[in-house]
Design a protein around this ligand. Structure first.
Ligand SMILES: [Zn+2]
Length: 169
């Protein structure tokens, strides 16, 4: 059977185009599933960090008022307890910083949820607010997380930091 070489060329070119389209589609699928997996891993790590921080409060409920209820360390606070509050405060701030370190891997929805959760956590702890104000250079990710807020009325502390930053030259 004699087949016109021109037809063969058209068929071969068509197959090549089809193969390229299939390959491009497969590459896109792999890329988006890798992206999803990275997002899930980061979300998982963030949840693990929060569970660790929660465990601290379950095991040491005397720290709860300082990290969740805006209690302040008073003059009469025993030094050893004051040190524990300070250590727990630093740990909690480190957890918040570590969560937001990976925010670019989160989905848009997760990113917004974590951002507002971090704002709430900071709103409820005077000791974290003070430590952040004293040592903000230790927390570049928290500086970033404070730039936007969907609930400015509830997160007045986040807003005050944002406004103070904007006043700087
Ligand atoms: Zn907020």
């Amino acid at each position: 059977m004699n087949v016109d070489p021109a037809i063969l060329l058209v068929v071969a070119t068509g197959s090549l185009v089809l193969a390229t389209v299939v390959l491009a589609f497969a590459t896109h699928q792999i890329a988006s599933s890798t992206e999803r997996a990275t997002g899930e891993t980061s979300n998982q790590s963030a949840s693990d960090l929060v569970l660790q921080a929660d465990r601290l409060l379950v095991e040491h409920p005397d720290l709860w008022p300082y990290l969740r209820r805006n209690a302040d360390v008073g003059e009469s606070t025993e030094k050893i307890f004051g040190d524990r509050i300070e250590a727990a405060t630093e740990f909690y701030l480190d957890v918040l910083e570590a969560i937001w370190d990976h925010h670019s891997d989160f989905s848009v929805k997760d990113s917004k949820a974590w951002r507002e959760w971090i704002h709430s956590a900071l709103q409820d702890s005077l000791t974290m607010q003070k430590m952040y104000a004293d040592e903000s250079q230790w927390y570049p990710s928290l500086e970033n997380v404070l730039e936007h807020c969907s609930h400015p009325k509830e997160h007045s502390w986040a807003m005050s930091i944002k406004n103070a930053d904007q006043r700087q030259p």
